[in-house]
Design a protein around this ligand. Structure first.
Ligand SMILES: [Zn+2]
Length: 321
């Protein structure tokens, strides 16, 4: 015997024009046809067709369900009640549902839980072609992955990689591409997450190769930055008196930056004020290089531009997705 719930709105009692979505665990959701039609081209097409005498079954492997106790059409779906509930809350003009692994203020508390929670809802949204929900979930994941905090206690190094894996699973190329770009801020090599079991070797290879390629380009760009006139100093430079000497603080910065870029080619940490303060402290400070805070952006900005250029010219190859 199935339970009858009134999700997603408590006051919702379906006077007319509704259908019942019956989840795999037998929970019935009374919903307005119109709202489903607005959100989903799948349902729009289904409801525009002449209705069969029996109810439609969302699962073609199951016999078509019939509901003799009421005239309301029952649609059996293969998703669990938890997934149907979340999906409807995304479609209905109600506050967004709360997802697993994310706090009320949008902070990811558990990356793995977060992705596990999104996966079935995204799968259902794609299956029923609810584009607005697909967009909403993808934006939520990418936004969360973007917020890598290099100096904070929350370091979402693996979130972008998890989003990449999930996007690959569902064939969402642009989301996978965006996630791969964000993943450049963190580590990929040497990381193993269970999500990798769900993607192909080609998809994994594409991510690792992309990371490696950008890392090589940025490492060289950082090394070449010593040619910039903005980091030259006749006083503290290696060959004293030479007009081509690189300031000590910049040599120190290059050492730090390169060791970070090897693993995280798009790390924002290397441009942080704290690193600059660190490399300009003794014994790398200099009476002539006191304008280091003015000089730094002049040489770091071209590196940031170089990163964008490197990504544009060597973008991840997603032809296998
Ligand atoms: Zn100097």
């Amino acid at each position: 015997m199935s339970k009858l719930l009134t999700y997603p709105l408590d006051e919702f009692h379906l006077p007319s024009g509704g259908i019942i979505l019956k989840s795999s665990d037998g929970v019935e959701f009374k919903v307005y046809k119109n709202i489903l039609t607005l959100g989903s081209t799948f349902f729009e097409t289904m409801f525009s067709l002449p209705q069969p005498p029996d109810s439609y079954s969302g699962d073609s492997s199951k016999p078509i369900a019939e509901d003799h106790t009421t005239e309301t059409q029952v649609i059996d779906v293969t998703e669990s009640s938890a997934t149907v509930d979340q999906l409807l809350r995304c479609i209905y003009p109600t506050p967004s549902p709360s997802f697993r692994g994310i706090s009320d203020d949008g902070e990811i508390t558990k990356e793995e839980e977060f992705i596990k929670g999104i996966e079935p809802i995204l799968g259902a949204a794609l299956k029923y072609d609810v584009q607005t929900v697909v967009n909403k979930l993808c934006a939520l994941m990418l936004d969360a992955a973007e917020r890598i905090r290099p100096n904070g206690h929350l370091r979402h190094d693996t979130l972008a990689v998890r989003v990449y894996a999930l996007a690959c699973q569902f064939g969402l190329k642009e989301v996978a591409r965006r996630a791969a770009h964000i993943a450049l801020k963190g580590r990929v090599a040497g990381i193993f997450i269970e999500d990798f079991r769900k993607i192909s070797a080609a998809q994994y290879f594409a991510l690792v190769t992309f990371q490696h390629k950008i890392s090589k380009i940025m490492s060289k760009a950082v090394q070449d930055s010593c040619h910039s006139s903005h980091v030259k100093c006749n006083t503290c430079g290696g060959s004293e008196g030479s007009a081509t000497s690189v300031a000590r603080w910049w040599t120190s910065w290059i050492d730090h930056a390169r060791s970070t870029i090897v693993e995280s080619p798009a790390s924002e940490e290397i441009y942080s004020a704290s690193l600059l303060r660190h490399v300009y402290s003794r014994p790398y400070d200099c009476s002539v290089c006191k304008d280091v805070w003015r000089r730094f952006p002049l040489v770091s900005q071209p590196l940031k531009d170089k990163l964008k250029e490197a990504i544009a010219e060597n973008d991840i190859d997603l032809s296998e997705i």
